[in-house]
Design a protein. Structure first.
Length: 175
């Protein structure tokens, strides 16, 4: 199963409480996904994010991102996020990487390969564990732009376009 379909299933199965998600992610409660660096004609994104309201009131973000382009390797993670001053903030933890799922060319990988991928990603992201990463959204022409701050320092090199897309429209993660 491709992670993007898991995202779609997550959004489609959302409870009424999901419609109570706060700004700037309230659209997620209406069955929409965040599509980063969208290619509208091809219905592709460099990454996709879904948000769900947990029973305890916390918010979980499910993200599918490209790890490699050829062959296409995708990683899916689930992490807690919170809304602070109209920004989405989180702190990446090793446990999110240790629970990550991977696909290669659209197929799930073996447990052994998953363990290797997790080890490589964990090692490469070690410096970001525990740091607060916040995304702030702003209007950009007809769309939106996401600006990223790490420990309250803005990183313009990480800014990118983002759009809300309906899960049922079949958007996928691709280079």
């Amino acid at each position: 199963m491709k992670p993007v379909w898991i995202l779609g299933a997550l959004v489609a199965s959302g409870s009424a409480a999901a419609s109570n998600l706060p700004l700037p992610i309230s659209q997620a409660g209406r069955g929409e996904l965040q599509c980063f660096s969208p290619n509208f004609p091809h219905r592709t994104c460099k990454s996709l994010a879904a948000y769900a309201l947990n029973a305890d009131g916390t918010i979980a973000k499910t993200a599918t991102v490209i790890m490699a382009s050829n062959p296409l390797i995708l990683m899916e993670t689930v992490a807690p996020v919170e809304v602070k001053n109209d920004q989405i903030c989180s702190r990446l933890r090793p446990e999110e990487i240790n629970a990550a799922q991977f696909t290669v060319a659209g197929r799930p990988v073996s447990d052994a390969k998953t363990a290797k991928f997790r080890a490589v990603v964990g090692q490469s992201m070690r410096g970001t564990f525990g740091r607060e990463i916040c995304s702030r959204y702003s209007k950009s022409g007809a769309g939106l732009r996401v600006n990223v701050m790490v420990d309250r320092i803005e990183h313009p090199e990480m800014a990118q376009s983002v759009a809300w897309v309906l899960a049922k429209r079949g958007y996928s993660v691709a280079p």
